[in-house]
Design a protein around this ligand. Structure first.
Ligand code: SF4
Length: 369
C-alpha cells in the first residue's frame, strides 16, 4: 500500500536494528508516551527485536485510560437524565466508572449515542431543540482543536441546548511529572507525532534544557518508531539531551498556529487529575470564562462525586511505567477486554489491551530469571 508500506519495509527495519545494536553500549530506558506507539511496538514485536539493554516503558499517552474516574462517573450521571442525548466517541462507552459504564446506562434506557465528530453532536442539538445534547470531550492536544471549534460554533450559532463535558490533558506537564517522580527510571522519551502536528515541538525545549533528556518526536509505523529509538539511542550514547523531529512528514517546529490560537481562545489551562496517576499541576484544559455556559459539569451540577476504583487494578502503575501489563495479577484472568477492570484494558490505545490482543500473556523477563 503506497504511503504505508514504505514505513513497514523489512530490509530497512533490519538495517536500523543493526545500527541500534551497534551503537548501544549500556542499559537505557526509553518511554514511548503515546498509546498508539505502544500498540505499534507490541503488534510488531519491536521491543523483542531490540538489544536487551534497551527497555521500552509504556507511558500514559492513552486519553481514554487517563480520563479520571470522577469524569466517567459525571458522564454516567448526566447520560442517565431523561432530557439528555449523551454523545461520545465509541471507545468511551466501555470504560468502567465506579459501578457501571455508558453501555450499561444505554441498556437502562439512557440516550447514549456514538458520534464520529463533536460537530455531529452540535448538529443533533440543532435538530433536537427540546433535548439537552452533551458531548464527552476528552483527549490530548490532538482532539482538542475539533472540540474547541465545536464550542466556538455553538456560541456563534447561539445553540443553547449543547454542552461539553471536558477532560483534556496535556503531554509536556505529564512528561515533567514523570521526570520529577521519585520512582522515575525513564532516560529519554519518544514524543507523539500527532500531538506535535498540532502543538509543534517548541514546547519540549524547556524540558530538555531543564532535565537534559532526549525527546524525539516520531510517528506510529514500525519504521517511525525504530527511527525514533535510533535517534534517541544516538543522543543517549553521546550524552546529549535535545529535542529532535523524526516525523518531518507531519510535524514542524511551530505546529498548527490557527489551531493553537483557537485553543487559547476557547480553553484555559487548569490543574488536572489523571486516572491512576493523580493531580498534575497545569496539565489540562477547561472551558475558558467566556465559554463556561457550555460546560456540562456546571450546567448539570455534577461537581461532588465520590468514586470507587477496582481494588484489583494496577493501571496507575502501568501508566507510570512501573509495571508491565502482564505483571498485573489480574491480567488475562479477572481482567480481559470482554470484562475490563481498568481503562487500560478497554481502550484501543491502552497498554493492557495491546499486551492482551498480541498474546503477551507471559512476562519473558520473569521466565528468563
Ligand atoms: S490488566 Fe486489567 S486490572 Fe491489571 S492493570 Fe491492566 S486494566 Fe488494570
Amino acid at each position: 500500500m503506497k504511503y504505508l508500506s514504505e514505513f513497514r519495509d523489512e530490509n530497512l527495519a533490519k538495517s536500523m536494528l543493526d545500527e541500534i545494536r551497534r551503537v548501544t553500549t549500556r542499559k537505557w530506558a526509553i518511554m514511548e508516551v503515546c498509546g498508539g506507539q505502544t500498540h505499534s511496538i507490541i503488534r510488531n514485536g519491536i521491543d523483542q527485536l531490540l538489544p536487551s539493554e534497551i527497555e521500552l516503558i509504556h507511558g500514559p499517552g492513552c486519553p481514554v485510560c487517563v480520563t479520571p474516574l470522577e469524569m466517567i462517573d459525571k458522564a454516567l450521571l448526566i447520560a442517565s437524565r431523561s432530557e439528555v442525548i449523551f454523545c461520545s466517541f465509541g471507545d468511551m462507552l466501555r470504560v468502567p466508572g465506579s459501578s457501571k459504564d455508558l453501555f450499561r446506562v444505554k441498556s437502562e434506557g439512557g440516550d447514549v449515542r456514538i458520534v464520529y465528530s463533536p460537530l455531529d453532536a452540535l448538529k443533533l442539538a440543532s435538530e433536537n431543540p427540546t433535548k439537552e445534547v452533551v458531548f464527552f470531550g476528552i483527549g490530548f492536544e490532538t482532539t482538542a482543536p475539533a472540540n474547541a471549534m465545536t464550542v466556538f460554533q455553538a456560541k456563534r450559532q447561539g445553540v443553547k441546548n449543547f454542552s461539553m463535558l471536558v477532560s483534556h490533558v496535556l503531554v509536556p506537564p505529564a512528561i515533567e511529572a514523570i521526570l520529577n517522580s521519585p520512582h522515575n527510571r525513564v532516560q529519554a522519551f519518544l514524543a507523539a507525532g500527532h500531538v506535535c502536528s498540532v502543538m509543534g515541538y517548541w514546547q519540549y525545549e524547556p524540558l530538555v534544557e531543564k532535565y537534559k533528556v532526549p525527546i524525539v518526536v516520531t510517528g506510529f509505523e514500525p519504521l517511525d518508531v525504530l527511527e525514533g529509538i535510533r535517534r534517541t539511542i544516538l543522543q543517549l550514547e553521546a550524552g546529549r539531551g535535545e529535542v529532535e523531529n523524526a516525523y518531518e512528514r507531519a510535524v514542524n517546529y511551530e505546529g498548527n498556529i490557527p489551531a493553537q490560537n483557537l485553543l487559547k481562545q476557547v480553553f484555559e489551562v487548569t490543574d488536572q487529575k489523571w486516572r491512576g496517576i493523580g493531580l498534575i499541576p497545569a496539565s489540562g484544559w477547561k472551558l475558558g470564562e467566556s465559554y463556561r455556559e457550555f460546560d456540562a459539569a456546571i450546567k448539570f451540577e455534577v461537581a461532588d462525586i465520590q468514586t470507587q476504583e477496582s481494588a484489583l487494578c494496577h493501571s496507575g502503575e502501568v501508566l507510570q511505567g512501573m509495571l508491565k501489563p502482564n505483571e498485573c495479577p489480574a491480567f488475562g484472568k479477572e481482567c480481559t477486554p470482554r470484562k475490563p477492570l481498568g481503562a487500560t484494558m478497554v481502550s484501543s490505545e491502552g497498554a493492557c489491551a495491546a499486551y492482551y490482543q498480541n498474546g503477551r500473556f507471559i512476562n519473558l523477563e520473569v521466565v528468563r530469571k
